[in-house]
Design a protein around this ligand. Structure first.
Ligand SMILES: [Fe+2]
Length: 282
């Protein structure tokens, strides 16, 4: 049985997140011999969105694919980078009508080929976004179905055949109910479904009945001495005054105030089923 190791890292928040990612990811990759590394970067540029520079730092640290979320649109100058062919995704289910004004930049999924024992492994990495307590974009459930159909991976459940790509999904969503629902909806069709967006790591990692590795939220990568990676004082003021003061990243006082959070999953290449999933926090 040839197993494949995948690392998924939760939302990188600002420079504290980039710094700790650069320190920890190479060692994590080497330790587990990762074949694929997916990092959510939607908060990497000062806490909001991505820039070309922050994307380059995440890729140089060892990511194969950088995923996004609602903040991916934050920096207008980054939109052309979404079209540049670099391995960066925005949620696939943003509405697109093909008109010059109506479309959105970039792509929501990609296929990546890697090598294992001299043979190709194919990964289909998909970025989706939830709609509960978030912007009412297109349905992430139907969007996933459409992507599978487009990549000739359609079919009502069951495990993936040997030649099929291993499907890895970053579901950027607020609602736990919506995240678990998508996990079960994709069970047996995706090898790995991981939630992002809340920045708080959940302890519900498990393998679903038809073989999909699942976690509701990977957690964030950055300073732990704050509120979701941001300055606690500003967040308290926002909560007490109900004024949307601009948030700033928390400032770590020492290296131990920062962590990389995510999961390592082991997948069976032939069946497309998960063999294990464990959390990273440190
Ligand atoms: Fe985020």
């Amino acid at each position: 049985m040839a197993s494949v190791c995948v690392i998924m890292i939760g939302d990188v928040v600002g420079d504290p997140g980039l710094d700790v990612l650069e320190k920890r990811l190479p060692e994590l990759k080497a330790d587990c011999g990762a074949h694929l590394v997916v990092v959510n970067g939607e908060n990497a540029a000062g806490g909001f969105g991505l820039t070309e520079e922050s994307l380059a730092r995440i890729l140089l640290a060892g990511a194969d694919v950088v995923t996004g979320g609602n903040h991916i649109w934050e920096k207008r100058e980054f939109w052309p980078v979404l079209e540049s062919g670099k391995p960066v995704l925005r949620p696939a289910n943003y509405p697109q009508d093909g008109s010059p004004q109506g479309g959105v930049s970039g792509r929501g999924w990609l296929v990546l080929e890697k090598q294992l024992d001299g043979q190709n492994i194919s990964f289909l990495v998909i970025n989706l976004q939830g709609r509960k307590r978030m912007t009412a974009i297109d349905c992430p459930f139907r969007c996933f179905d459409a992507i599978l159909a487009e990549t000739r991976e359609s079919g009502g459940g069951g495990t993936a055949a040997p030649a099929r790509p291993l499907v890895v999904v970053d579901f950027h969503a607020e609602s736990t109910e919506e995240k678990e629902s998508l996990g079960y909806y994709l069970d047996g069709r995706a090898a790995l479904v991981a939630g992002t967006h809340t920045h708080v790591q959940t302890t519900d990692e498990r393998i679903l009945p038809n073989g999909t590795a699942y976690i509701t939220d990977l957690g964030m990568t950055g300073a732990l001495n704050g509120v979701i990676g941001m300055d606690a004082g500003i967040c308290i003021n926002r909560a007490r005054s109900q004024i949307a003061y601009r948030m700033e990243c928390a400032r770590p006082e020492s290296e131990t105030d920062c962590a990389v959070q995510g999961i390592i999953a082991e997948l069976d290449r032939e069946s497309g089923r998960a063999l294990g999933i464990r959390r990273i926090r440190g």
